[in-house]
Design a protein around this ligand. Sequence first.
Ligand code: FHN
Length: 600
Amino acid sequence: MNMKKLLSILMLSWAFVYGQAQQSVDMDWWREGRFGMFIHWGLYSVAAGEWNGKPVDGIGEWIQNFAKVPNNEYEKLADKLTLAKYNPEEWVKLAKQAGARYIVFTTKHHEGFCMYPSEVSDFDIERTPYKRDPLKELVEACRKHGVKVGFYYSHRQDWREEDAAVMQNEYDGHYGKPKSEVKPNLDRYIREKALPQMRELLTRYGKIDLLWYDTPFDLTKEQSRTFVNVVRELQPECIVNGRVGYNLGDYGALGDNEMPCSRVNMDLEMVATMNHTWGYKKNDQNWKSPKDILCSLIECASRGVNYMVNIGPKEDGTVPQPSIDIMDFIGRWMQKNSEAVYGTTGNPFNDNFPWGYVTHKGNVIYLHLLREPLNRCIALKGLLTSITKAEILASGKKVTVTDQSYPVLTVPAHLNYDEIPVLKLVCKSPVRFSEDNYMNENVVSIPVANGKIIPGKEGSLTIAEGGNTQNFHAGTGKLQLKCVIDEPGTYKVRVFTSRHWRRSFAEGARITLKVDDNTPFNSVLMKKDGELSNVRQNSYPETWSDIGTVHFKQKGTKGLELSVNATGTFSRLGFFGEDIQNESEKNIRFMRIELIKEAY
Ligand code: FHN
């Protein structure tokens, strides 16, 4: 046997044993693009958030579940899914002019209804008055306009099918019989419905760029792997998202509307709503502002993460006007500033800057200004290379740079911060950055992800995808952090944590924070002193606790050591079906610590 043959046999057996997640898919277009548009469209778009004329709480695409609608009633919505004004080119143009490089469309959401004609199930588009295949038309429009196309497929949940029943979510009468008589068989569901439908999706529509699975819940690793393998077999170049389960996808998974709290060094995508629902809900008027959504796109880029923002069209295919306005706003900004997003990596500094966000590409650094910096001055203390050119990206207007022990920029007066101006800094190559955390505008903000973990007896403290601590409790370890203090003085110590919105703030959590060799904060109670008001408040609320003050007699590098004494207790809010797999553990979800210089 020659060497080449032996190698290929070895590689094949490796693939057999470990599945095919090691297969390298080309992620370049996805990383370069940074920005996608999600589309949730299904029978729930007809219900529009109301059942029997009454508004139903929660996200719109879950209405069948929340309003406990039996299948034989829910299916009647198909008669009213007219698609009367469906124009996929309009959707694609909406995405493209905003600068989105890919679209992901719900081919089948948890309700089980296929938005394409399926041979496997008659619960599909053929029940509607629309006599064509809207999926084919969307794929063609994407191809025509050079936008990558992805299919969302709910691979674990299918409320139409008894075999896929998640018993805690089912209710009497759902399948036309009492819950006690429902005997699910998930393997059979996968074998007889989900995989055959995957084969339809992956063979009928030409090249598919991304397969977006959702809510793996209780799938076994083998079951998740079959969903990866079917893609590898039929569309080897297609990217698989992280929610296929067990880290088997080509990129990692964050929760819905979950923003990483510092730069990440892996492929990740944040998916976000423009209001509080994915599927159309006529009563959800809680629209985030266009600037907020643009800021989320920029913040994602500054974390090194893709951003995919959702639209939920109405049953006739028209897109709610606020969604159009938001996409237009982003498009106007992207026309002038997209080079500060496409192909960039996250903020190369260890600092979070109070005036905005940073992205980076080669020897160019982009500063995205959300507000005027204090005294119109930005000190880039962590930049170890000099700047050769600095200008406003959109206008080419020069920005003054003075070299002190680090570059200091003077931002021109009267910039319009509603338009989020971007400063483009060209540096000598190669660019070098310090690993320290510095003070900016009297605050030093220290992300926990910059810390060093000292394992405890149980040793399972880690930093999660979102840059927050995971499994942080008394036995799992300590976290060592450091920062550079510019001036002696008294500093308020503010500890930021976040949580999933279904969890209340934990009462009774206690932490110890050592500062250099002292222990000024020993088993201090974490109180809810404030909560950030931002676009994530309804999904991952971010709370701060002011645990006291610390006095530094001298400036310089200071060491911090954080440990947990008690995680406290929290209550769970009502069931709304979100994937909370990672939320059941004992953990304080720390994001960052801030030292805030007190006025003299
Ligand atoms: O349950 C779904 C939800 O309806 C929506 O589709 C989102 C989008 O990311 N995914 C699930 C929850 O995480």
